[in-house]
Design a protein around this ligand. Structure first.
Ligand code: DC
Length: 220
């Protein structure tokens, strides 16, 4: 897959492990800079939700790819944040169910699933400047963007964050799977700056992020 030539729009890539606070940073950054915030994890979650609905084994790549061929996945935005429908349905809160949390890493490890979703992620740049958060945005989706941040936080901080959100999610297990997979594993992308978000407030994390982006050459 060759990254598209995108002279008119830019992407800010925010990657990092589960519950590191990257979604919050991406959302606040999008608000501050007037960008579209794209949650790429929602795309992997939406496919996982369908796999569960169809009672397929998430580890059965052939079955998952067969199902995916029948799915009409549409990604858009509401003016500030990405939206997704599958076969015309917005999965909403179902994307964050314990079942989806438990199976999404298996689905995200399937190269054919990734190829299709990465194409949809790159499509965003045809219409808007984006801040996109995920695991491989700086390494695979937009490797040429100069604006890359890897948001990390101590494991106990991340686990506590999920509990605060009222979610059942084995963060460490998911991170291990996402980091060890063969295709597009979670890594600190070339050129990315690491932001340790363990002790930040939302406001101070946003200021630190803006400072990094300035240093990376974003004219703000
Ligand atoms: O960001 P999140 O926790 O909602 O992502 C859910 C899962 O999707 C994550 O465990 C791994 C996968 N994912 C991925 O492989 N690549 C991305 N760019 C985003 C998410």
């Amino acid at each position: 897959m060759t990254p598209p030539s995108t002279p008119d729009h830019f992407a800010i890539a925010i990657d990092g492990p589960a519950a590191s606070g990257k979604s919050t940073i991406a959302r606040e950054l999008a608000k501050r800079l007037g960008l579209i915030m794209v949650n790429s994890g929602a795309m992997y979650r939406a496919v996982t939700w369908q796999v569960i609905q169809h009672q397929l084994d998430p580890h059965d790549a052939t079955a998952v790819i067969g199902l995916m061929d029948q799915l009409d996945i549409r990604c858009g935005d509401d003016g500030s944040t990405s939206t997704i429908t599958i076969n015309g349905i917005d999965p909403g809160d179902a994307l964050r169910s314990p079942e989806v949390n438990a199976s999404v890493s298996a689905i995200a490890a399937i190269p054919e699933v990734r190829a299709r979703l990465v194409a949809l992620q790159r499509d965003y740049l045809k219409r808007a400047n984006v801040v996109m958060e995920g695991r491989d945005i700086g390494s695979v989706v937009f490797p040429d963007t100069p604006y890359k941040i890897y948001v990390d936080a101590a494991e106990h901080v991340r686990a506590a964050r999920r509990v605060d959100m009222g979610e059942v999610d084995s963060v460490a297990k998911r991170d291990a799977a996402d980091s060890r997979r063969t295709t597009a594993p979670l890594i600190v992308a070339d050129g990315a700056t690491v932001l340790d978000n363990s002790g930040h407030t939302v406001e101070s994390a946003l200021e630190a992020t803006l400072e990094i982006l300035k240093q990376q050459g974003l004219p703000i």
